[in-house]
Design a protein around this ligand. Structure first.
Ligand SMILES: Nc1ncnc2c1ncn2[C@@H]1O[C@H](COP(=O)(O)OP(=O)(O)OP(=O)(O)O)[C@@H](O)[C@H]1O
Ligand SMILES: [Mg+2]
Length: 500
């Protein structure tokens, strides 16, 4: 390969209490898709935030097309043609798609006092067309799904004519069709000579679209390999540097016959249509389906987060009215939402408070107060059990890596001691090692008699974990499979079965 487009070398970065990067490096060629992988907290996002001026390096060099450059802020990075699509989306929800894409550089008219809205929308439309996106640039971003917001972020990055594009877990929230669309756009960019750094925890994707893979572990550079010469197992071994807890055997414990939750003829607009199912004590009930099938909507209705039009919900045989999440919590239901940023975390608070918050009120009701030492102890327990990478339980959650923030939300609901736990995409953005830890935890919870609903778009995960699987398509339950009969093909058949 000729002269690198970008080379980072000897990069050091410290945060208070954390030595995040030790002598890290990365080399990206023009027209290359280069994967950057590593466990949660390995330092991937931090290294890339240094390349885009979000953070400043303590030491090291960044060489762009043969010349050392200084990147004091994100604007400087953009001017140098380096853009990043962040793990946490950064759009302004109240602005339109077009306004978000051109924020701060809107075309002006007259004596430049006014934004030229027509031109703004036309330019945005052109970008969206180039990406083959059926979106109206005048739509407010708050009305878009996470997936569509992601696409808008990409359109925005493209509008800077970037030569270097960094994508931090771009597919975590995308449907299969959208992932194909993204890959098509990536190919297009590669053809134009754009260099792409691609961060992902999904190993199959890396095999498909990347040329080389750089592995990081614990803030250190491990190696760079050619994708075509390397197996997924080899990559994982480099990432974790230790033996994984492997459990290929499927859940063997049988669920009981006791029904803890019964849902009958649940309806909510066009999102949920006549949904009926039950959940037994000690059961892990998988909910499979394509994104948008209505699984999250069912979960939200059961959790009291959305009002239902009609239907019955019974808990331990008693009909209940769940008007708000606190009603559900009172009945022992916990919900780990798929959009953790919005519903699950208080990012300015520390790890301890986030884990303890849901239990705190209950404890205070029971005992009048809750012992601080006790909170510390339970928080520490979960930090250890879930291997949350943080300097201490007193660290603010916003300083944790993306995957570790998710583990905090999981810890919170585990501590709350609910009878019924709904996990919506529990392992999204979680690295391979931590995934297996979460599977182990879910198995243990079920064995203790907890009942779990697990919504997941990853078929191997659903197949491995569930006693029974409900499959949804367009708001309806289209199939029910027992573990022994379930295959990827059977699930896909029901997941695409339209009943009009
Ligand atoms: N602003 C910050 N302040 C303090 N610590 C930070 C900050 N940003 C990152 N860290 C720490 O630096 C380390 C690396 O984090 P980083 O976000 O780069 O990980 P990552 O590899 O992107 O992980 P993930 O796969 O979970 O997204 C972590 O220990 C994290 O807690
Ligand atoms: Mg990250």
């Amino acid at each position: 390969m000729s002269e690198a487009l970008v080379r980072m070398e000897g990069i050091e970065k410290h945060f208070p209490g954390v030595h995040a990067l030790h002598q890290c490096r990365l080399e990206l060629a023009a027209g290359e898709v280069h994967a950057l992988v590593g466990e949660n907290g390995a330092g991937k996002s931090t290294l890339m935030k240094i390349a885009t001026g979000v953070y400043q390096k303590d030491e090291g060099r960044i060489i762009l097309k043969g010349k050392e450059v200084n990147i004091p802020n994100t604007r400087a990075a953009q001017q140098l043609g380096i853009s990043m699509i962040h793990q946490e989306l950064n759009l302004m929800p109240d602005l339109t798609i077009a306004q978000n894409i051109f924020i701060g550089r809107e075309p002006r008219k007259g004596i430049k006092l006014f934004v030229d809205d027509r031109k703004l929308n036309d330019q945005a439309q052109q970008l969206l067309n180039e990406m083959n996106l059926q979106l109206d640039p005048r739509t407010k971003v708050s009305e878009l799904t996470v997936a569509k917001q992601q696409m808008v972020e990409i359109a925005k990055a493209l509008s800077f004519q970037s030569e270097v594009l960094i994508m931090d877990e771009p597919t975590a929230a995308l449907t299969n069709a959208e992932i194909e669309e993204l890959f098509r756009i990536i190919e297009q960019l590669r053809g134009r000579g754009v260099g792409i750094v691609y961060i992902s925890h999904r190993m199959e994707e890396l095999k498909r679209i990347t040329d080389r893979i750089t592995v990081m572990r614990d803030g250190r550079y491990i190696d760079t390999v050619q994708t075509k010469d390397t197996s997924i197992d080899q990559i994982i071994a480099m990432m974790v540097g230790r033996e994984l807890y492997v459990s290929t055997q499927q859940t063997t414990v049988e669920a009981s016959e006791i029904r803890v939750l019964e849902v009958t003829n649940l309806n909510r607009g066009s999102a949920v249509k006549d949904v009926s199912f039950h959940l037994a004590k000690g059961e892990i009930l998988g909910f499979a389906g394509l994104m948008g099938a209505g699984r999250t909507e069912v979960a939200r209705a059961i959790f009291g987060a959305d009002a239902i039009d009609s239907g019955d919900i019974r808990i331990h045989g008693h009909k209940v009215q769940l008007k708000a999440p606190h009603d559900a919590v009172k009945h022992g239901i916990g919900y780990l939402s798929e959009d953790r940023k919005r519903y699950g975390l208080m990012v300015d608070m520390d790890v301890k408070t986030n884990i303890a918050i849901a239990s705190y009120r209950k404890a205070r009701r029971l005992f009048g107060w809750m012992h601080d030492g006790k909170i510390d102890q339970s928080a520490s327990h979960f930090v250890e059990a879930l291997q949350i990478k943080t300097p201490s339980i007193h660290q603010q959650v916003k300083f944790l890596s993306g995957g570790n923030q998710q583990k905090v939300v999981i810890g919170k609901w585990l501590l709350r001691d609910c009878d019924i736990l709904i996990f919506d995409e529990p392992t999204r953005g979680i690295d391979v090692g931590a995934k297996t830890e979460i599977y182990k935890l879910l198995d243990e919870l079920a064995a203790q008699g907890k009942s779990i609903i697990m919504i997941s778009s990853e078929l191997p995960e659903i197949l491995r974990m569930s006693h029974r699987i409900m499959v949804m398509c367009e708001g309806r339950i289209t199939g029910e499979l027992r573990q022994q009969d379930a295959t990827q093909e059977a699930i896909m058949k029901y997941a695409t079965m339209r009943i009009s």
